[in-house]
Write a protein that binds this ligand. Structure first.
Ligand code: NA7
Length: 544
């Protein structure tokens, strides 16, 4: 801990998840002083907070891992195809130790505010510890799914049992043995936790507002041979993930659309992907996100699977998504989700037709019925992409806050910077592929780009940079335009901000693909950071 007082660094990094840790590593590499502030009690970000039963990655671990150090990727042994949360957190801790990051990370410290000083072209950052820090640059590595959202349900605070949010799970073990548990929410977190909670609870009631598409993970332990085979191919796997894959995940690229195959051939391909398991189900054809008729073939296939697995026809019907194209809400990857509804101790309640009216001290009341529960699990998601940034009081030029600027939706140039907020970078911000990709690939790309940019500025004697408004406007329009060539905007998803009442409904991530996006970012840099204003050190001093 540092004593409160005046501190100066070249860079303040907010957050010590995978983005913040790699940012620190790279900044040190170019000789900049940096301090990372992390509100959690340890590194790991998402994986520090999301400790709910069944929490694991839905990108395969051999790919959901850093690529910047070959030694690291060769030496770390992932135990399973999809590592569980504790193992991913161990990995984050291993990285922090291996690269000696901890000495520049201050834990249990929230960044509350950042004010840009136009005279000195630097930021004044304030923390929950009472520190005021001056930094030339601020990097927001605050994560896209890190601001857990409590639902606004009448009576919730009067519930007399324990209430848990999947995104803010306690650190001590939670045991549901013998309890009647209610889970509200059937996104990825609900779908991962339901099968595990069902095994412990005396009874589990799942409250579903929107049925979701989910693909079996086919998780299994990784053998040494499998790890070795993967490691041997790492150069090509990483190259493909960065440059060619739309979502930063290595797989065979699709060569045709779903309607280019006959019924039998198409079904055989879906079967093969279903048996293989995982997110690559969606990359079997190249038009599932674009063409509703093509999408219907995949959606129908999954609906049929649900009907085959779930014995009670009424429950099966409720579990079949019917009002959004497959993939337009983030597709889930599960272990035994649908089959869990065959257990005698599991009940599915449709809260779309019969909404929750209120929470009573011992029950969830939906229209016409009370469901008694001893504990409640809220798997109700996050204020995605902008929520964690919005919690910080960020004031740019003329004292304007970022929240004021983003009141009608986030505006960035390349997802990296926002006009009016010089020297403030965002890792995987809105307007970048971020949540539509393997986060590790996107994080590394952003951090590398920011590092190169800071190196460029130092070399050329620039001390400030800022996104130009016209470049930003064009980028925002482009992000929106590309989104509307796809089926994504048809769903009420958190990609659209639709899960937060009152949040502007704008498709936030860039859907053009990580390879295309990387090329755009590289071209901008190659053209001397086209679309950004660079401010020379002397000029800044004169202006001051
Ligand atoms: P998600 O995907 O946002 O899912 C939240 C779920 O909770 C979803 O089923 C929501 O239904 C439901 N929800 C949200 N608010 C309410 C209220 N008030 N009442 C009833 N049901 C509600 O969050 P997750 O944590 O599962 O996953 C987030 C991402 O983390 C995931 O995509 C992975 O990338 C990792 P809705 O669909 O809005 O009708």
């Amino acid at each position: 801990k540092q004593a409160p007082g005046a501190l100066t660094y070249d860079v303040v990094v907010v957050g010590a998840g995978f983005a913040g840790m790699y940012m620190l590593h790279r900044l040190r590499g170019i000789g900049l002083s940096a301090r990372v502030y992390e509100q959690g009690g340890d590194v790991g970000g998402t994986w520090y907070w999301n400790r709910y039963p069944g929490a694991r990655c839905d990108v395969e671990s051999m790919q959901y891992s850093y690529s910047f150090s070959d030694e690291l990727q060769q030496e770390w042994n992932w135990s399973e195809r999809y590592a569980p949360q504790p193992e991913i957190l161990r990995y984050a801790n291993h990285v922090a130790d291996r690269f000696n990051l901890r000495s520049d990370i201050q834990l249990n410290t929230r960044v509350d505010g950042a004010v840009f000083d136009e005279n000195t072209n630097s930021w004044l950052v304030t923390t929950s510890e009472g520190n005021t820090i001056t930094a030339k640059y601020v990097v927001l590595a605050t994560g896209c799914l890190s601001n857990a959202r409590m639902p606004d349900i009448k009576g919730l605070s009067d519930f007399k049992g324990k209430v848990f949010h999947t995104g803010h799970w306690p650190h001590e073990p939670v045991d549901f043995t013998g309890l009647r548990v209610g889970v509200i929410g059937t996104g990825s977190s609900g779908i991962q936790s339901v099968p595990v909670i069902a095994e412990q609870a005396s009874h589990l009631t799942v409250f579903q507002r929107t049925a979701n598409f989910s693909i079996p993970a086919r998780n299994a332990p990784l053998t040494e041979e499998e790890r070795e085979a993967f490691r041997a191919k790492y150069p090509e796997i990483r190259r493909f993930a960065r440059e060619e894959a739309r979502n930063g995940i290595y797989t065979e690229p699709p060569d045709r659309g779903a309607l280019d195959d006959g019924d039998n051939e198409r079904r055989a391909k879906y079967e093969a992907r279903w048996s293989r398991g995982g997110l690559t189900f969606m990359s079997v054809y190249n038009n599932l996100a674009l063409d509703k008729s093509a999408n219907d073939t995949a959606a129908n296939f999954v609906r049929d699977k649900i009907a085959e697995i779930v014995k009670d026809p009424q429950t099966a019907k409720l579990l079949q998504p019917n009002n959004h194209p497959i993939g337009s809400k983030r597709i889930c990857v599960d272990t035994d989700y649908f089959v869990t509804f065959n257990r005698p101790n599991v009940t599915l309640v449709d809260i779309k037709s019969n909404p929750i009216e209120e929470i009573l001290p011992n029950a969830v009341r939906v229209v016409g019925q009370d469901y008694e529960v001893d504990a409640l699990v809220l798997a109700t998601g996050f204020d995605a992409m902008t929520g964690s940034v919005a919690k910080i009081d960020i004031r740019g030029r003329n004292g304007r806050t970022l929240n004021q600027k983003w009141a009608e939706g986030p505006k960035t140039y390349l997802g990296l910077m926002s006009a009016g907020f010089p020297n403030l970078f965002i890792v995987t911000g809105p307007g970048s592929p971020s949540v539509l990709s393997n986060m590790m690939v996107s994080i590394e790309q952003h951090v590398d780009w920011i590092t190169d940019c800071l190196g460029f500025m130092r070399e050329r004697g620039f001390e400030a940079m800022e996104a130009m408004r016209e470049a930003e406007d064009k980028w925002v329009a482009h992000v929106n335009e590309v989104a509307h060539t796809t089926l994504y905007p048809q769903a009420n998803s958190w990609y659209m901000g639709a899960n937060i009442p009152g949040k502007p409904q704008i498709f936030m991530p860039y859907i053009g693909g990580v390879g295309v996006y990387r090329q755009i970012c590289n071209d901008v840099a190659a053209k001397g950071y086209e679309g950004f204003v660079m401010i020379a050190a002397e000029r800044a001093q004169k202006m001051a």
